[in-house]
Design a binder for this molecule. Structure first.
Ligand code: ADP
Length: 156
């Protein structure tokens, strides 16, 4: 069964990778889908994020990396997937995710959203925190794959 894991992935962290691995144990095939979304100040372009995701998932069988524009449920339908995977960390994720999942259900009742919890050690990790640490010159290598740490450093 094919599932879609959508997000910004700006940048991908070990938390995302943990969710990817868990999803694959259930669904077998997973499209990690980078949203061309509305965030005003991304640190990496969509093209860079796709490149990074392809590099870090190259050795994980069953993963495809793609970008999409427009409504997620339209993209899922185009891909023939009726499962959306999202990660759930602390309580703070709940309200937004609940709203999104039920809204998507309203507009596409045939598509189900499934939430997966990461390993505890990643449950406080977010792309936003990585961007902040990196902008302040901190070391993010415990939280993101090497390629991400290197590209963040290269951004200055
Ligand atoms: P979005 O802008 O769609 O929230 P993100 O890249 O921030 O994009 O997150 C994509 C998905 O991955 C979301 O469901 C988010 O909750 C989940 N996620 C992000 N970081 C983690 C983490 N550390 N552990 C588990 N899930 C995570």
């Amino acid at each position: 069964m094919l599932a879609i894991y959508p997000g910004s992935f700006d940048p991908v962290t070990y938390g995302h990778i943990d969710v990817i691995e868990r999803a694959l144990r259930i669904f077998g095939r997973l499209v990690v889908a980078v949203a061309h979304n509305l965030e005003k100040t991304p640190i990496f372009t969509v093209e860079e994020r796709l490149k990074i995701l392809r590099a870090v998932t190259r050795e994980i069988p069953g993963v495809e990396v793609d970008g999409f524009e427009g409504l997620l449920v339209d993209y899922a339908r185009r891909r023939g997937a009726n499962v959306i995977v999202r990660g759930l960390r602390a309580l703070s994720d709940f309200e937004y995710e609940f709203q999104m999942a039920l809204t998507n259900r309203k507009i596409a009742g045939d598509i189900e959203t499934v939430f997966l919890m990461p390993s505890e050690q990643y449950s406080y990790l977010s792309s936003r925190i990585i961007k902040e640490i990196s902008a302040l010159g901190g070391d993010v290598s415990a939280f993101v794959p090497d390629i991400v740490a290197r590209m963040l450093k290269a951004q200055g």
